[in-house]
Write a protein that binds this ligand. Structure first.
Ligand code: CA
Length: 289
């Protein structure tokens, strides 16, 4: 009995053109398809490009994959120009923005939550971060908590220098101080205060300067930077933290911190007293009617 012909193979009576087309389809079907899938997978993990807006009650925050957090609004007023991270591996070379890492996945699991997964496998560096925005339904009050996990996916230990830069604008002229090794405080004559507390671990270095100074060190000076521990400044100022850590192969390092914008305590007391006085006036006017 003769074997049955291949179900997909063109009959030998068909033209040679049909035969070549069949062979082309078979050649494409396996490795090329896998290659296409790989290309699509790489594309989906590649550089994130669109902005994400978080919201909770009267607060919102905007994240830009190239510049980090670029807006923090309460009741429609923006208090933040930029907050983002830079890194350097080893003692030499410049710092790099986290945005330069080639693999980026940005997700928003809830209206007020942002998660980032950035990585450069060639450097053995993988960074994940979770931002949670918490607002209130009235008044100037908002909170952003951040947990950043940095993993060494390489085969040797990693000497990592990690930087956070923050430029908030609370008023025309702001004053920044570092009350202790864990926290920074920014205030303005507008009666608004911004505080960040590093829950763990404390940064090794910090500094405050006019806005362009620290950003130039991190973005453009081309040399390794160590923050200079300048602890107070006023005007159009920004601040930064620096963590220095050695991460073993396969190990990780986690930073947990919380940032708040609130009325300064004096202003809060004034507002409460003002509210009480108004209530007392209303009560006495009701009695006198
Ligand atoms: Ca530098």
């Amino acid at each position: 009995m003769l074997p049955s012909p291949h179900p997909l193979r063109p009959s030998t009576r068909r033209t040679s053109t049909a035969w070549r087309a069949w062979r082309f389809r078979v050649t494409l079907s396996a490795p090329t398809f896998i290659c296409l899938l790989t290309t699509l997978a790489i594309a989906s993990a590649a550089h994130a490009s669109s902005q994400v807006t978080l919201s909770d009650l009267k607060s919102s925050a905007k994240f830009d994959p190239d510049n980090g957090l670029v807006e923090w609004k309460i009741n429609g007023k923006n208090y933040l120009k930029q907050q983002w991270f830079w890194y350097r591996i080893g003692p030499t070379g410049p710092e790099y923005s986290l945005s330069t890492l080639p693999d980026q996945v940005v997700t928003q699991p809830a209206d007020n939550i942002l998660t980032l997964k950035y990585a450069d496998p060639s450097k053995g560096l993988k960074v994940s971060a979770v931002f949670v925005l918490s607002g209130v339904d009235s008044g100037i009050q908002s909170d952003i908590s951040e947990t950043i996990t940095i993993k060494n996916t390489g085969t040797g230990s990693m000497s990592l220098h990690f930087f956070q830069y923050a430029d908030l604008d609370l008023g025309e002229s702001d004053k920044i101080t570092f009350p202790d090794g864990h926290s920074v405080r920014q205030e303005a004559s507008t009666g608004v205060v911004a505080c960040e507390t590093v829950i763990t671990p404390p940064p090794r270095y910090r500094e405050v300067h006019e806005v362009s100074t620290t950003l130039y060190k991190l973005n453009a000076d081309g040399v390794p930077t160590t923050l200079d521990n300048t602890l107070t400044a006023s005007g159009d100022v920004s601040w930064a933290f620096q963590w220095d850590v050695t991460i073993p192969a396969g190990g990780s390092f986690q930073i947990s911190k919380d940032k708040q914008i609130t009325p300064e305590p004096g202003a809060l007391t004034f507002l409460v007293l003002g509210g009480l006085l108004t209530a007392m006036r209303r009560k006495s006017s009701v009695r006198s009617v």
